[in-house]
Design a binder for this molecule. Structure first.
Ligand code: MTE
Ligand code: MO
Length: 184
């Protein structure tokens, strides 16, 4: 009897206010200052994929980079020997920190994965302002997959014994292909 006159029409004004309030809450961003940005899609073959907890993407949930997009970011160069190269080499790349800032990374760990599926976790709070770099040039030239390219995470090993540690060596991923930001 009571239910019979609670038609949709009579309910509408009663529900309108709470529904509006709920919609507002649902739409209010959790971090209004970290507005998501759409970055330009790469025009040539992507060499790096960044996914996971990132605010800024190029294609759906992914931030894809071709060489030109990486080379447009802030660059850092240093000359050092490595365990894997003879003599010293000058590495040029984008600091991992700058790359993470560019995509609006919001997690505590970055999983770096190589073309051969080697992967390693890098804690974000152990990433410096200028090191490691995602190197795309050795001695001013791009380097191919068979010379550990086209992207290699490298540290300025010669500059600080801290970079000559098992952790830094394990994080020195060559043939880098994907970075996944974990929101942990
Ligand atoms: N792409 C790729 N990068 C990699 C690895 C790998 O297997 N593949 N091994 C890592 C580890 S565990 C270490 S200690 C160093 C040194 O590897 P090496 O001893 O084979 O030279 O490279 C790191 N980078
Ligand atoms: Mo290792």
């Amino acid at each position: 009897m009571i239910a019979s006159h609670l038609t949709a029409g009579s309910l509408r004004p009663i529900l309108a206010a709470p529904v509006a309030a709920l919609l507002f809450l649902v739409q209010a961003p959790a971090f209004p200052l970290l507005a998501a940005e759409t970055l330009p899609s790469p025009e040539s073959a992507p060499v790096l994929v960044i996914d996971g907890a990132i605010a800024n993407t190029t294609d759906g949930d992914l931030a894809l980079f071709d060489m030109a997009a990486l080379r447009a970011l802030p660059a850092e160069s240093f000359t050092t020997g490595t365990l894997w190269t003879e003599g010293t080499s000058t590495f040029t790349g984008v600091p991992l920190r700058a790359l993470l800032d560019h995509v609006g990374a919001e997690g505590g760990t970055v999983v770096a994965r190589a073309l051969n599926e080697y992967s390693v976790e890098i804690p974000v709070d152990e990433i410096g302002e200028t090191y490691p770099v995602v190197a795309y040039l050795i001695d001013g030239e791009e380097f191919p997959v068979r010379r550990k390219g086209p992207l290699w995470i490298v540290y300025p090993y010669d500059a600080d014994p801290a970079h000559r540690s098992d952790a830094s060596y394990a994080r020195s991923v060559w043939q880098l292909h994907r970075l996944t930001v974990q929101d942990d």
